[in-house]
Design a protein around this ligand. Structure first.
Ligand SMILES: Nc1ncnc2c1ncn2[C@@H]1O[C@H](COP(=O)(O)OP(=O)(O)OP(=O)(O)O)[C@@H](O)[C@H]1O
Ligand SMILES: [Mg+2]
Length: 309
């Protein structure tokens, strides 16, 4: 994968929020990772670790405090001109946890899905617009007549399909999926993830897949980044992370996953991790290159100690 040029490069991204005169939240504190065309990068971490903030900074809902975001060869971290903004609003799309919250309840699904086409004038006539909507509905497993219904007439899984259709109709190069399956039943989660995988195979779109749940991330991601308290502690291929977790926080996340095999599950030992008592300082150290694409953050001594285990 390294011979390809990344679609997205996030370099030392910092996103601070000044809450009061003497308090600033360092939601994202020096995060670096790449996403290659057509791949899925899974970003995992507990609540408040900065996952959504990273997604929102990338899509430029915030002005990054520091660092660089390069998308498809263009630096998008500074002030954007009209052309760059329009490109960003089409080529990067977002799907959210609660589709109901972002789907206008008074609009029919056809209108919701067609909105991006309208804003960016992406059709020559009504027929072409309708064809595009019908095609995208079919692609996400919905019928043409669904276009005439309102969001509340759909199930949770179907609404998430509408959310995906709305993103997909813009033909994006990157889709940021922020906890997009977390609110769904487990059986429906698998359906939606499978749909996302099929769509990726067909269209070549890349995903930034944000989740708490490592088990689903494992299933969809080519590579994974582990985030804690605004710091990216470890990154690598799914295989590298699952087979050889190095950072104690990653190890604790992995050890928390129940095994479907009862024999293995019986002997599973959850490793606890508490930053306050870990003796680690996330602001000290650097990114250490391990084998392949595997990287871990720490001081030389920390990393040597972890590797010796
Ligand atoms: N606009 C804001 N102003 C102030 N603080 C913020 C703002 N947005 C996020 N934060 C803080 O930044 C930190 C990271 O928040 P973020 O929403 O990115 O976490 P998350 O990993 O997405 O969590 P969750 O899993 O709960 O969605 C939190 O401490 C949050 O309270
Ligand atoms: Mg979030």
């Amino acid at each position: 994968m390294s011979e390809k040029t990344p679609l997205l490069q996030v370099k030392n991204l910092k996103q601070y929020f000044k809450v009061s005169n003497n308090y600033t939240v360092r939601a994202v504190d020096g995060v670096t990772f790449d996403i290659y065309p057509g791949e899925t990068y899974g970003l995992v971490g507990e609540s408040g670790s900065g996952k959504s903030t990273i997604g929102r900074s990338i899509i430029r809902l915030y002005n990054p405090t520091e660092g660089q975001i390069i998308f498809d060869g263009t630096d998008i971290s500074g002030k954007l001109d009209k052309k760059a903004t329009a490109a960003l609003r089409t080529q990067m799309q977002m799907i959210f946890q609660d589709p109901m919250a972002c789907l206008n309840p008074r609009k029919k699904v056809g209108e919701i899905i067609g909105e991006g086409l309208d804003i960016h004038h992406l059709y020559a006539n009504r027929k072409e617009r309708q064809d595009k909507i019908d095609r995208i509905l079919a692609k996400v497993g919905l019928a043409p007549e669904h276009a005439d219904r309102y969001p509340h007439q759909f199930s949770g899984g179907q609404r998430q399909r509408v959310g995906i259709a709305r993103a997909l109709i813009m033909n994006p190069k990157l889709i940021i999926a922020d906890e997009c399956i977390s609110a769904l039943d487990v059986s429906i989660q698998a359906q939606v993830v499978n749909l996302m995988k099929d769509i990726q195979e067909e269209t070549g779109t890349a995903y930034l897949f944000i989740a708490h749940d490592l088990s689903m991330v494992k299933y969809i991601s080519d590579r994974i980044g582990v985030l804690h308290l605004g710091h990216l502690l470890e990154t690598g291929t799914t295989e590298e992370i699952f087979a050889h977790p190095v950072h104690p926080y990653t190890r604790s996340l992995l050890s928390a996953i129940p095994s479907p095999n009862p024999v293995v599950e019986k002997s599973r030992v959850a490793e606890s991790y508490d930053y306050a008592t870990s003796g680690l300082d996330y602001n000290a150290g650097s990114l250490h290159q391990l084998e392949g694409t595997h990287q871990v953050w720490g001081t030389d001594e920390d990393v040597a100690r972890w590797l010796a285990k």
